[in-house]
Structure formats: C-alpha cells, structure tokens
Design a protein around this ligand. Structure first.
Ligand code: 5GP
Ligand code: ZN
Length: 113
C-alpha cells in the first residue's frame, strides 16, 4: 500500500511531520511547506497512487471524496473569495512528488490588486 521512499506516504504515516488540517481513514490534508499563496494546502490519498494518470476506475469514489473535501477545506481555511485547484500530473505536468495530490490555493492574490 505504501511506497517506502515516498515522502507523502511518510507524511501520511506520521514519519515526516506536517501541519495537518484534515485526516480520515482514506485521506490527509496538510499545509504545503512552500506556500505559493496565503492559503496553500495539499490533499492526498493515504493509499499510494503515483499520479492522477495512475488512478484506476475503482479509485473513483476516493477521487470524488478528495474533490468534495477540496471545497469543504478551502472554505474552512478561509478561501471565501474563491480558490485555485491544481493537480500536476507526470513530468510534463510539472509533478515533483510522485504521490497524487491536489493543490488548493486561496487568499488575496497579486493579480486581484
Ligand atoms: P508538485 O510539484 O509535485 O505538484 O508539488 C509538490 C508540492 O509538495 C510542492 O508544492 C512542495 O512545496 C510540497 N512539498 C514537498 N515536500 C514537502 C514536505 O515534506 N512537506 C510539505 N508539507 N510539503 C511538501
Ligand atoms: Zn506515496
């Protein structure tokens, strides 16, 4: 289920510390270590899925749960004027950590000034 050298699996197992904002049996959400917006957190499945491209049809309920949590946690974190959702996928998609994650970014943005 877990991949030994995966940093997000280690975060999921508590072997690497993180600032968690949500956790249940399937999913974990924690703040990005290098935030690119006033609100920037990641939602990951606890199960190791390499990327969105590696998700299987049987992962559909899990993916739906993660997307539903996206709106719930964005509002909970105070992104009341909207938020951005990014899923970098594969090397051409700019994915650096090979464990599926949803980026959620919000808060006042320079382009809104
Ligand atoms: P990617 O480019 O793969 O979509 O994004 C990976 C994200 O994970 C980056 O925004 C990076 O700042 C974040 N990240 C990488 N390592 C850690 C870590 O150890 N802890 C936390 N909280 N975030 C991390
Ligand atoms: Zn992993």
């Amino acid at each position: 289920m877990h991949q030994d050298d995966c940093i997000f699996c280690k975060i999921s197992k508590g072997e690497i510390p993180s600032t968690k904002i949500y956790e249940d049996e399937d999913v974990l959400a924690f703040r990005d270590i290098h935030p690119k917006a006033p609100i920037h957190f990641l939602i990951i499945p606890k199960k190791h899925i390499q990327s969105l491209a590696h998700a299987e049809p049987e992962d559909s309920a899990l993916l739906g749960k993660m997307l539903s949590l996206t709106r719930q946690l964005a509002i909970q974190e105070g992104a009341l004027n909207g938020f951005r959702v990014i899923i970098n996928t594969g090397s051409d998609g700019g994915q650096e950590v090979d464990h599926l994650h949803i980026h959620v970014l919000g808060g006042p943005q320079p382009w809104n000034k």
